[in-house]
Write a protein that binds this ligand. Structure first.
Ligand code: ADP
Ligand code: MG
Length: 680
């Protein structure tokens, strides 16, 4: 019983007005006034029926000349109406008795809608209408149409918004000298104008969003975003963290033992990180660099600085394959320096796991590598000084937060091969410091990309054969089946079987997400050792995998992959000195978006360029994965509006220093209590 009544209450709650408003994010007066129209309808004028054009919404003033309920082809209410210039049929497929009553012969109506040519002449299906008396005046302003949700009509929403407009504080949060300098209208004027535009403003101008009133709103939204991020940044600077002062013993030893010299870009990034780590407040830095730019060694140096200073450090990777690879690489680099590297993933045996966790807890292990098993509750570091997240964009926001909690007073380094376009870096990531590796290690030859139709698969198989017989190694990436993991697995196994049958004299391996860790590791190790010629793989090899002898990659059904994914996959080859080739097999017919993606990946190998195109093709919301990151999307402003983003950034800086109260009022207006979201 109590159960069902609770369920009932919940069901009822979901349907209250408050619940509907909450769905639209409408809580405070400020929320209502910032809930701006999608478009407008012009009810300030009456159009004669004779002048109505199909497909163009207009308002008519008419008299009902006939009204009946018809039963064919189904029950419906039909009303014939007329003005001095012509007649029109109104058709209601669903209707209330009250509507039928309102449409009695002789009633005068104002109706609004788009007419089309029906079987019985011009008609409108379900027009909006209301009965009018004699000499009823026309509204003086355009009628706003707001984004809404099921069960909440435009009329109620309009009423609520107009009440909020009367009540709310519309005073300007932007000092007038800034406003004048930026040629922006006052906030109150802009907001009033957008909610209740005077008729001389044409709909086209308003809806194009170039109007100064819209510019003001867009600017304000970006300003709120910038303020919030700047505040988060200062809050972080105000927290304490252990200064990890370099003694350059271990780092120097690693540098001396490497078979290569750091690139200029690596040196620069490393010195930025080294000086951050020595500060008494937590570093929060993003190391971004294209695939193969050599982020791992920079991470290793940072880890050593933490160890030198007497602290622990952890490196977390999004997949087991990658974590394992990092483990091997770090062990190979660091064990000769007398350091032990511990390893933790979800698939370790319970006893092994407990042993590692105990050592970490006791502070006996300084260096730890693993998957998200690292952030499980049970793992407690004795003295965590630096946490590093590789391929950070692959982690969900919850995992990132968990690591943050774990190393609450620790320095953080995130690494990503998906470079963030400038505008995004200035906005969504504005509370991070960024180091960029804009240079690849020397001696890499660029990867040649070929687009080949699926119809020529046989030729490609022959080419793989030839390359492997000649001592090379290759990847064959299976078609992506996003909808179903089971189907993905089936496809991978089929691809493997088909290639094994086609190429009986090659040693072929298969790696996919469902393999046990040990199995995955064994296949990867065999591939690294050149015991496998051809590795058939799903996107588990997408990030980080580094096998320099592999110089050929085939991606089947390349049209199904996203741009970032293709770029990452292609980055698996071109890591050695051999001329590398990436063949993108595609199936016809290609959709417009798929065609655009393939064109970009074919023409460019520059991760920044590709990220920029990705942003353009997908829009910024998708790009930052707003849904999973919990970041509120910009509703009105466009991140590609670089000039405006930059202005907002400068004004944010200025307000925080010179007008902190204005900054606080602005944040309150735009984000209310929701600022937390921005910090995740
Ligand atoms: P990513 O930035 O994609 O993570 P990695 O750190 O895996 O790149 O580095 C790619 C490869 O380049 C590795 O084999 C690494 O050892 C090698 N490498 C890194 N830095 C240099 C350098 N300065 N000179 C030559 N090779 C380098
Ligand atoms: Mg990497």
């Amino acid at each position: 019983m109590p159960c069902s009544s609770l369920a009932e209450k919940k069901a009822a709650g979901a349907n209250t007005l408050a619940a509907r408003l909450a769905r639209l994010g409408l809580h405070t007066d400020a929320d209502f006034i910032l809930h701006l129209p999608l478009r407008y309808e012009d009810e300030t004028r009456i159009t004669a029926l004779r002048d109505a054009r199909p497909g163009v919404a207009a308002q008519f003033e008419v008299e009902v000349i006939d009204s009946e309920i018809a039963y064919r082809p189904r029950r419906q209410l039909l009303a014939r109406v007329a003005d001095a210039s012509g007649t029109l049929l109104l058709r209601f497929l669903n209707f209330y008795p009250s509507q039928q009553k309102a449409l009695q012969i002789g009633a005068r109506l104002r109706i609004f809608g788009e007419l089309h040519e029906g079987y019985l002449g011009p008609e409108i299906i379900h027009p909006r209408f209301h009965v009018i008396g004699a000499n009823e005046s026309l509204p003086e302003r355009l009628t706003p149409v707001y984004p809404t949700t099921a069960g909440l009509g435009q009329a109620s929403l309009r009423r609520l918004i107009s009440r909020a407009l009367e009540r709310a504080d519309l005073s300007d949060t932007l000092p007038s000298e800034q406003r004048t300098r930026l040629h922006l209208p006052e906030f109150a004027a802009a907001i009033q104008r957008l909610h209740t535009p005077p008729p001389e403003m044409t709909q086209a101008v308003l809806e194009s969003r170039d109007h100064p009133a819209w510019r003001r709103v867009q600017f304000d939204e970006l300003l709120a975003q910038q303020l919030s991020l700047r505040r988060a940044y200062s809050a972080r600077r105000a927290r304490g963290a252990p200064p990890l002062v370099a003694s350059a013993t271990l780092t120097a030893a690693l540098l001396a033992s490497l078979p290569f010299r750091l690139t200029k870009a690596q040196q620069r990034a490393w010195s930025e990180i080294a000086s951050d780590l020595a500060q008494p407040h937590p570093m929060q830095r993003l190391l971004q660099g294209d695939v193969g730019s050599g982020k791992t060694v920079v991470a290793a140096l940072a880890m050593l600085q933490a160890v030198e200073a007497g602290y622990q450090t952890a490196l977390m990777a999004p997949t087991e394959i990658l974590a394992e690879q990092h483990y091997r690489k770090l062990a190979a680099w660091l064990e000769p320096l007398g350091l032990e590297v511990a390893w933790l993933t979800g698939s370790l045996k319970k006893r092994e796991k407990e042993a590692v966790i105990a050592k970490v807890g006791a502070g006996e292990t300084a260096i730890m590598v693993g998957t998200h098993a690292l952030i499980e509750d049970k793992v407690e570091f004795a003295r965590l000084g630096l946490a590093i997240i590789d391929e950070q964009h692959r982690f969900g926001v919850r995992q990132r937060l968990a690591l943050k909690e774990k190393g609450q007073f620790a320095h953080q380094l995130a690494m990503s091969a998906t470079p963030i376009p400038r505008t995004l870096a200035m906005s969504y990531y504005a509370d991070l410091d960024v180091s960029t590796l804009d240079e690849l290690p020397p001696g890499r030859s660029p990867v040649t990309t070929k687009l080949v139709s699926e119809a020529r698969r046989d030729q490609i198989v022959a080419r793989v054969h030839e390359a492997c017989r000649g001592g090379g190694q290759a990847y064959w990436v299976c078609p992506l089946i996003e909808e179903s993991e089971t189907l993905q697995l089936k496809t991978a196994v089929e691809t493997f079987e088909r290639l094994t049958a086609d190429l009986p004299d090659l040693r072929i391996g298969l790696v996919h997400g469902r393999l046990k860790t040990a199995e995955k590791a064994a296949v990867m190790a065999a591939f690294v050792a050149n015991e496998i010629h051809l590795l058939v793989a799903t996107t588990v090899i997408e990030v980080g995998v580094d096998v320099p002898n592999a110089s050929l990659m085939v991606i089947e059904h390349a049209e199904r992959f996203g741009l970032a994914q293709l770029h990452q996959l292609r980055g698996r080859v071109g890591r050695g000195t051999a001329q590398s080739v990436c063949i993108l097999l595609y199936a016809q017919p290609l959709g417009e978006l798929a065609r655009a993606r393939l064109k970009v990946i074919f023409e460019s190998s520059d991760g920044f360029e590709i990220a920029r195109e990705d942003l353009r093709l997908r829009g910024p919301g998708e790009f930052v994965g707003s849904r999973q990151s919990g970041l509120p999307l910009l509703r009105y402003a466009d991140l590609e509006d670089t000039a405006l983003v930059e202005q907002a950034r400068a004004v944010a800086e200025d307000l925080l220093h010179n007008a902190p109260q204005a900054a606080a009022a602005h944040l309150q207006r735009w984000l209310g209590g929701r600022e937390e979201l921005l910090k995740a």
